[in-house]
Design a protein around this ligand. Structure first.
Ligand SMILES: Nc1ncnc2c1ncn2[C@@H]1O[C@H](COP(=O)(O)OP(=O)(O)OP(=O)(O)O)[C@@H](O)[C@H]1O
Ligand SMILES: [Mg+2]
Length: 566
């Protein structure tokens, strides 16, 4: 660009730019590639992805969040998809792949059926906005209300999460764990059910043993051992102290040397130290505690006092574990030893240290009314442990969302098929390009049943046609027919117990539409090439001068007919 006859640089020379249709196609194609990569992992017959990270570790997973986390995210569209996944994970805890697949399909339909036919992206955006608003209305109308105490429905919701099938009896067991966990941690606030999974559920994985040994602990389990091997490994009727202050000598911030006049004075100093430690130990003993979880150090010299008094202790317990131990046992976190009274103690039936292979775990079991609990996942293969952890987490969030929102829908693509059917009818009310966009949106929703059929290895055309026909019956019952992964004949998802939470489904649809509208609204892609060094004009001139001199020298050498050394 020139300004007043002088060349003006707005962007770096190494920066590249793509504009208009080219930019839009580039973005849409890139997002579609990521969605396509994820599509094969959806549902009970979804495949797993094997990802080798730069360090050489292998991750095998079917979980949307895990795949995106370990996918080497560099492309701007991959980054946007990654953000979508993170927001789904934090907001509703499940439905990440559904959201990504919908993004891909809405963009694909927007490109092929609309943009290529001359519909402007802004018209697509406004059509999609009308469509998503209607989808929310239809969804609220057709969703079924549930009683938060209806355990059978909650168990079906949890079991639908275990899309990669474990042994059937394990599926039942894990669904029961998830439900029981929620029952322990649920709280009532202003007449509403509040479930805080992040702060009240602890999950640990232990490499070794069998999946069957996975257990729900009515309390806490942390990977730690007691401070001294001389401490008993098990205590019953535990009185638990959760201590913030350290049980060691006070350290000063300044380094200082003390000169003593002889052994007597040295001994006095030592005695003073022992007295201080003993004072702290006495405070613990007087509180009546027989188990101590300390946030900080427990001095070696204090351990004998504790052992003599029959007290076991663990040190350097992480802050969030301290909070959960307190919630599980009813203890109050002690911030100052001067206020360490018996009423700050919590209770547990058993506290024990168990060694599993190389790992030591402290279990705080049989708490009376735990407000925080732990699921200990056992198994021989690391990636299976992690996969179970993810699935259990999905199951917890599905139950949470269903209880808090009290609304559920049929799974297996039934919900999306019904939304698409009603949306198509609604589209006719509009004319021109808006109608086309709403229809494209409806078609895009069907990518979910489409993918479930495809991943089950069934015929997509026949399967989708059968599903649409069933929904066209337009009866109360027909709207909940979905994909049977064993045949192309649709099944009643409510009778089959394939259920999803409305909140998660709508979160996926709404978030996907937002991302699609964001991508469609981009008409300029500006990107710098990483790692390329941009030379200054002076450096370029100096380089040219150097080259010129080299050439002159070569010419001179040739004219002299001599060969010079390099
Ligand atoms: N037995 C089943 N038959 C048919 N469809 C099923 C069955 N079980 C689950 N589904 C469907 O599978 C879909 C969920 O699959 P999946 O859990 O793999 O994806 P997601 O929830 O979008 O992603 P993620 O769990 O990784 O966050 C839902 O549409 C659900 O209804
Ligand atoms: Mg899921």
């Amino acid at each position: 660009m020139e300004f007043a006859g002088r060349p003006t640089l707005i962007m770096k020379k190494t920066t590249q730019r793509m504009k208009g249709t080219e930019a839009q196609r580039f973005n849409i194609l890139s997002a579609c590639i990521i969605a396509e990569l994820i599509r094969t992992t959806l549902g009970p017959h979804g495949f797993q992805k094997l990802i080798r990270d730069p360090v050489g570790d292998i991750i095998i997973s079917q979980d949307g969040g895990t795949i995106m986390k370990n996918y080497d995210v560099r492309h701007p569209m991959a980054k946007i998809m990654d953000k979508l996944v993170r927001s789904m994970e934090t907001e509703v805890g499940d439905g990440t792949k559904t959201a990504m697949i919908l993004v891909g399909e809405l963009l694909k339909k927007g490109q092929i059926e609309l943009m290529d036919q001359g519909v402007h992206p802004s018209q697509i955006i406004s059509g999609y906005q009308i469509a998503v608003k209607k989808v929310n209305e239809i969804a609220e109308k057709i969703a079924l209300s549930i009683d938060p105490d209806d355990e059978n429905t909650l168990l079906s919701l949890a079991k639908t999460c275990f899309t990669r099938k474990f042994l059937p009896e394990l599926e039942q067991k894990f669904a029961e764990f998830a439900l029981q966990t929620i029952k322990y941690i649920i709280e009532q606030k202003n007449g509403e059910n509040i479930i805080d999974i992040k702060n009240n559920v602890n999950m640990i994985t232990i490499h070794g043993g069998s999946i069957v040994e996975t257990e729900l602990i009515k309390g806490m389990a942390i990977k730690k051992d007691f401070v001294s091997p001389l401490m008993p490994k098990r205590i019953e009727n535990a009185k638990i102290a959760v201590l913030e202050p350290s049980l060691e000598l006070k350290t000063t911030k300044i380094k200082a040397k003390i000169r003593t006049k002889g052994l007597k004075q040295l001994k006095a100093f030592r005695d003073e130290d022992y007295n201080l430690l003993k004072e702290k130990a006495d405070k613990v003993i007087q509180s009546g505690a027989n188990v101590v979880f300390a946030r900080r150090e427990v001095h070696d010299k204090i351990a004998p006092y504790l052992i003599n008094a029959g007290i076991i202790a663990a040190k350097w317990v992480r802050g969030w574990d301290m909070e959960k131990i307190a919630k599980a046992t009813g203890a109050k976190v002690v911030k100052n030893l001067d206020f360490f009274t018996p009423d700050t103690l919590g209770e547990a039936g058993i506290v024990e240290e168990i060694k599993h292979g190389k790992e030591k775990v402290i279990y705080v079991r049989n708490c009376k009314n735990p407000k925080a609990v732990t699921i200990v996942i056992r198994g021989g293969i690391e990636h299976i442990l992690y996969e179970i952890e993810r699935k259990l987490s999905d199951a917890l969030y599905v139950i949470k969302n269903a209880i808090e929102n009290k609304k559920i829908v049929g799974g297996a693509g039934a919900f999306e098929t019904e939304l698409a059917r009603q949306l198509r009818k609604y589209a006719i009310k509009f004319s021109g390009r808006e109608q086309l966009s709403i229809q494209a949106y409806a078609k895009a929703l069907e990518i979910i049943p489409h993918t479930l059929i495809e991943n089950a290895g069934l015929n997509v055309l026949d399967g989708l046609a059968a599903l649409r026909k069933k929904h066209e019956e337009d009866s109360d019952n027909s709207k909940w027919f979905g994909v049977d992964i064993n045949s192309i004949k649709p099944i009643n998802t409510f009778s089959a117990g394939i259920l999803d939470s409305l909140k998660i489904k709508l979160a996926a649809i709404n978030a996907a539409t937002e991302v699609v509208n964001l991508i469609l609204g981009i008409d300029d892609v500006i990107y710098g090439l990483p790692g390329e060094y941009e030379k200054t004009i002076e450096e370029e001139e100096a380089e040219e001068e150097y080259q010129r001199k080299l050439e002159e020298m070569e010419e001179y050498k040739m004219s002299m007919g001599k060969k010079t050394k390099k």
